[in-house]
Design a protein around this ligand. Structure first.
Ligand SMILES: [Mg+2]
Length: 260
């Protein structure tokens, strides 16, 4: 094994609290010169803010260490879309799309792409319906999902992520979303490209049995599940077999040593 992909939420931290030992593990990774990349579906923060957030946990990174759905989406839009886009994403990440012409805030037609991220409590019926109308008013409008995470663990318990809302739009419009983020295989392929490593020499460490483990293993990467974050015992009863399971990221260096 040569390289590591890290999920963030639930692996390095939960909400605003660091997972014990996370900073030491990232330092270990840097000291040992292990190629690594942080792979997150977070759309509530741009990469620069992720750097700041990790710095708050004494984890030193730079924006190039992250692959986010927003980054993958801007790449995809540059190659595939000529026209206006409509964003249904948190304000914090709107700047990442500043190079693209955007529909007016209340527009119900005229978008070449409808882009959906995790809006959380900002979702309301009017907004979801506007995304639906944008799709229905032009059969060529693309539905872009910034990841298909089903849920995550917040301070007060599990919370819906982007996928349930994307599914609602797919169901109503009869259109299939283009997924730029986990669990898409292309997202993992582009992570491997950025690392310059083969799937067979890379592990993905995450707390999501589907988005992190099943999806990375579909791309030929070994999935290492941690039992922190959103992990629940029933995750292991769904027919998905992680390459291995460890209690927490703190156990990674020892695990790595015994598997190298
Ligand atoms: Mg996670």
């Amino acid at each position: 094994m040569k390289a590591i992909l890290f999920d963030l939420d639930g692996v390095l931290y939960t909400g605003e609290n660091a997972i014990e030992g996370a900073a030491d593990v990232i330092n270990w990774c840097v000291d040992e010169a292990v190629p690594h990349l942080f792979l997150t579906n977070t759309t509530s923060r741009p990469r620069a803010a992720l750097v700041d957030k990790l710095a708050g946990f004494s984890i030193v990174t730079n924006p190039d260490d992250f692959l986010t759905p927003a980054l993958a989406a801007t790449q995809w839009l540059s190659n595939n879309i000529n026209g206006k886009i409509a964003l249904f994403i948190p304000d914090a990440t709107r700047d990442e799309f500043a190079d693209f012409e955007q529909c007016e805030d209340n527009a119900e037609q005229g978008a070449q792409a409808v882009i959906v991220g995790d809006l959380g409590e900002a979702w309301n019926f009017k907004m979801l319906n506007r995304a639906f109308r944008l799709l229905m008013n032009n059969p060529d409008t693309k539905l872009i999902a910034l990841g298909m995470t089903r849920y995550w663990r917040a301070q007060d318990g599990l919370r819906l992520d982007a996928a349930p809302f994307v599914k609602a739009l797919e169901h109503a419009s009869g259109r299939e979303a283009i997924v730029l983020g986990k669990p898409s295989k292309e997202f993992y392929s582009s992570a491997l490209d950025r690392l310059g490593c083969d799937a067979s020499e890379t592990i993905m460490i995450g707390d999501d049995i589907r988005g992190d483990i099943e999806a990375s293993q579909r791309a030929g990467i070994r999935g290492l599940l941690v039992t922190t974050g959103k992990f629940q015992q029933t995750d292991l009863e769904q027919g998905i077999k992680p390459f291995d399971v460890i209690d927490s990221i703190a156990d990674l260096p020892a695990w790595w040593a015994s598997h190298s």
